[in-house]
Design a protein. Structure first.
Length: 255
């Protein structure tokens, strides 16, 4: 009889332990989500809102030299240094300005806040390149255009790997943007990929690749690659290739 009474009590105790363990797991999971996603988002949001408020105050006061202009270096260090700051800003920029739900649009974030975040991101310098390359996917909106302008100005060899990874993007416009930016950086790593794009099914991508190779003077192998592409039967659009060879004055193409 005693054993029969103790068995339900033991089961009940085990159930309570399991319940508490499950609750503790959920709390821990929520804490991890907060630390990894929510807290960094609101940290960046607070920073850019403060930057915007300071800028409005300076504008109202006629832009006095009062030391309230954004000190990007200090802000980046306060966010944990360049690497952590880039990761946080990347997360913040990925959150949409509007949330669509059942046909309704809810404004979640001001575009001006995102613009300040992009300024903060570019102030980091070259560690921000992977995020700027990601922003190329926004194409012709303000963020995509600004990302292209910044990358074209930097012309950094650190752009090469992230841009090469985007050459397989299914969007022809994004491939074209990447080709144009790769043409700004004379790096031997891009010769073969750009030559391959001379056979791209979209003419604008072929033309961009040919133009990039035509302007490249530092590598003699570029002329050989263009000649091979001109003679390759798989090259569907030979006109930009021939034009590039003409610009380079490659007389070997006449052989």
């Amino acid at each position: 009889m005693n054993d029969n009474r103790q068995e339900p009590e033991a089961v009940g105790r085990r159930a309570v332990v399991v319940w508490w363990m499950g609750g503790a797991t959920l709390v821990l999971f929520g804490l991890l989500v907060w630390l990894q996603l929510i807290q960094p988002y609101f940290e960046v949001r607070h920073v850019v809102m403060r930057m915007e408020a300071d800028e409005k105050a300076r504008y109202a006061a006629g832009y006095p030299d009062d030391g309230r202009a954004p000190d990007f270096e200090r802000i980046i260090q306060a966010m944990g240094g360049p690497r952590r700051a880039v990761a946080k800003i990347r997360l913040y920029l990925r959150v949409p300005e509007e949330i669509q739900w059942r046909g309704y649009s809810v404004a979640w974030e001001l575009s001006s806040h995102k613009e300040w975040a992009l300024q903060l991101l570019t102030s980091v310098g070259e560690p921000a390149i992977p995020v700027l390359v990601e922003l190329l996917r926004r194409k012709d909106d303000w963020f995509g255009v600004q990302a292209r302008n910044v990358l074209a100005e930097w012309k950094s060899p650190r752009m090469v790997e992230p841009l090469l990874a985007e050459l397989t993007n299914s969007d022809a416009d994004i491939r074209r943007y990447c080709v144009q930016l790769l043409g700004e950086v004379e790096d031997d790593r891009v010769v073969t990929p750009l030559t391959g794009l001379l056979r791209d099914p979209h003419p604008e991508v072929c033309e961009a690749a040919a133009s990039a190779l035509a302007a490249w003077r530092g590598n003699p192998g570029v002329g050989e690659a263009l000649i091979a592409a001109l003679k390759n039967p798989k090259t569907s659009n030979r006109a930009p290739v021939a034009s590039a060879l003409g610009q380079r004055r490659e007389v070997r193409a006449l052989d």
